[in-house]
Design a protein around this ligand. Sequence first.
Ligand code: 3PG
Ligand code: MG
Length: 396
Amino acid sequence: MSKLGLADIEVAGKRVLVRVDFNVPLQDGRITDETRITAAIPTLLDLVNRNAKIILLTHLGRPIVGSASDRETFSTAPIALTISRKLGKHIAHVNDCIGEDVHTAVESLDDGEILLLENVRFYAEETENDPEFSQQLASIADVYVNDAFGTAHRAHASTEGVTKYLSHCVAGLLMAREIHYLSMSLENPAHPYVAILGGAKISDKITLIENLLGKVDSLLIGGGMAYTFLAAMGVSIGNSLVDTEKLDVATSLMKKKGFAEKVLLPADHVIGRSFDPETESQIVDKVAISEGWQGLDIGPKTVAAFGERIATAKTLVWNGPLGVYEFKKFAEGTIAVAKQIAASDCISIIGGGDCVAAIQQAGVAGRITHISTGGGASLEFLEGKQLPGITALTDK
Ligand code: 3PG
Ligand code: MG
């Protein structure tokens, strides 16, 4: 990695501002998935063991600035309790992320103690990347650590602006791990290199397809976006999801070098009458779909064809589910592929929230090399873009 990391800096007795991505899903005030908190624990433990004064900063959701009810809904207070339970250690919480109360709370921190600040998005200045606000954030710290890979694609005050006011800005352990695996998949992947792309819309994946076509040996496409390609090829797709405005884009992608040899599209489908978990469903053993039906999952023939490529892969990247895996009737393709990846000896890198849920549903998370904590961030990384939260860190 070309950026400074945790091991490159002295932290004992220093005030270390750690930007984490604890933007976790909430339901009725409860955290329903702690993955992002768990993923930052190694960085926190390292800093505790090295006697740093640790100040944690995160956003949570997209609160309306100034809304009293959102201040309650999106408070980081429950997260302090979760970290506390995971570390077996008291975590202090303060009701703001800048200002006098924060300075007082920071001053009272002993070496090895942790303070969690309030949601940084309670200020519009955060997403505006306001210089003065960034400076205020920086004023409570000696050193800055960014472990928020999931937010690295945002040029916000707490991810980018703040780095202009601190001399040492380093990657946390999670950030370094994300950069390691994702850049390996772009720069020196072992071959055969297989990418699997799914998800509803082709518009989200155009740049990714363009970037990956030049690198991979096989590109397996499923999910809603596959129907736009099939429609552009002139295949009848019934009432399946189609990005009508992107048919031209699909056509031009199909003309790109490598597309014909590398891309596998669904050859059969699980179809349903409507987009509904209980809808009448059946498997069609052909690529065309009749009127009155829509494709909602890849069929068994496609699963087998994808499986052949997955079994021999040395490097594999997966982004986006291959069917409507939230509906039991249409989850089989995605789950089967998750199991094939787990059974393969490849270096497997999974990005995007939906795939992660599918991997967990399949019970194979432990057999995946790297499950990214970033959805949008991992997508942009794999598209070949520079992420502002990474670029802003201090060079080695
Ligand atoms: C995410 O979950 O996508 C990241 O935490 C970034 O959040 P955002 O999409 O609201 O900027
Ligand atoms: Mg997002």
